[in-house]
Design a protein around this ligand. Structure first.
Ligand SMILES: [Zn+2]
Length: 324
């Protein structure tokens, strides 16, 4: 361990709180990452989660060789609905034991002794891509985070479009009327075909009758879920079921993205998230190709790009949020 560097107060901490993992970064105040740490999201309620967020932040500081007091502040990107003014996380759909609103911002601020800001995880990730990543230089783009669920955020005329609060929910745009039921209760959503959780559910059903190496790979990797990495390896090894499921995800995404493009005439679409990141450039090209025949103005097709920060975009975005 090297000696801690003299810490300038412009450095920032960022935490991305997910259903299965907590990712922390320390940045130089822009988007350069000086240190990272990752831990599992604990079960047992919001206070335990808050303490683990603090521990993960301390581990990232160690990794960066920066002291806590060297941080201008810490940003947290959290799923679900957030009251940013009070730092309260109102509702979290994917975290065990978190059933009631919890003042995560104030509690973490007391634990760490640094200013803490809270934002929605997808919004902060879009902000990171807009200011420092793949969205830089575009006045209008859609950020798509293709992972366990499918989230998104829209930037139009250089501004993040919020609408009445939930603008950008690309995962719940309909790809197939009357199609598969989504976790949100609607039918035929993009997420019901492309979300990692849905792919896993469908793989489990299909594996009763068909051969697949997906679950064998999962065990080999010591995982309990079909992670994005498991899907990526299965595709590389030519697993037919994995290929079919991901083909369908590409189909559902391209229908929805082409419709969004026809409505908003965007300059770019930035694709990130666990699956977007692991499947990478070749799948962004496939989505691009599948969109082309559905575009109203093919000559003004959007530029499709992979996100710059990959699975760090939530944590980097949370850090970017600190101090505006
Ligand atoms: Zn849905």
């Amino acid at each position: 361990m090297s000696r801690p560097r003299a810490a300038a107060p412009r450095m920032k901490g960022g935490l991305d709180l997910g259903g299965t993992k907590i990712q922390a970064v320390v940045t130089d105040g822009e988007a350069n990452v000086l240190g990272t740490a990752r831990r599992e999201t604990p079960h047992g309620g919001p206070e335990k989660v808050m303490l683990e967020l603090a521990e993960t932040m301390r581990a990232a500081l160690d990794d960066a060789g920066v002291e806590l007091m060297g941080l201008a502040g810490v940003g947290v990107g959290a799923p679900g609905s957030i009251d940013a003014d009070s730092g309260t996380v109102l509702q979290v759909p994917n975290i065990d034991g978190w059933h009631a609103p919890y003042p995560l911002g104030p509690a973490l601020q007391e634990e760490l002794g640094r200013p803490v800001g809270i934002g929605n995880d997808v919004n902060v990730a879009v902000e990171a891509e807009r200011r420092f990543g793949a969205g830089r230089g575009f006045d209008s783009f859609l950020g798509v985070f293709w992972g366990t669920g499918v989230g998104g955020g829209i930037v139009v005329d250089g501004k993040h479009l919020v609408g009445r609060g939930s603008a950008g929910e690309i995962g719940h745009v309909c790809s197939k009327p009357g199609g598969r039921r989504c976790n949100c209760g609607l039918e035929g959503c993009v997420e019901a075909y492309a979300g990692r959780a849905h792919l896993e559910e469908r793989a489990q059903e299909a594996a009763k009758e068909r051969k697949t190496i997906l679950f064998e790979l999962m065990e080999k990797k010591g995982r309990t879920r079909l992670s994005s990495g498991v899907f990526a390896s299965a595709l590389e090894k030519g697993d037919k079921l994995a290929k079919e499921l991901v083909d369908e995800a590409v189909w559902a995404l391209s229908i929805a993205l082409a419709s969004v493009q026809n409505l908003l005439a965007l300059e770019a679409i930035v694709i990130g998230g666990g699956l977007g990141d692991r499947l990478g450039e070749p799948f962004v090209r496939r989505i691009d190709d599948a969109m082309q025949p559905l575009l109203f103005v093919p000559d003004a097709a959007p530029t499709l790009l992979n996100s710059t920060f990959g699975d760090l975009s939530g944590a980097v975005g949370a850090a970017v949020m600190v101090g505006g």
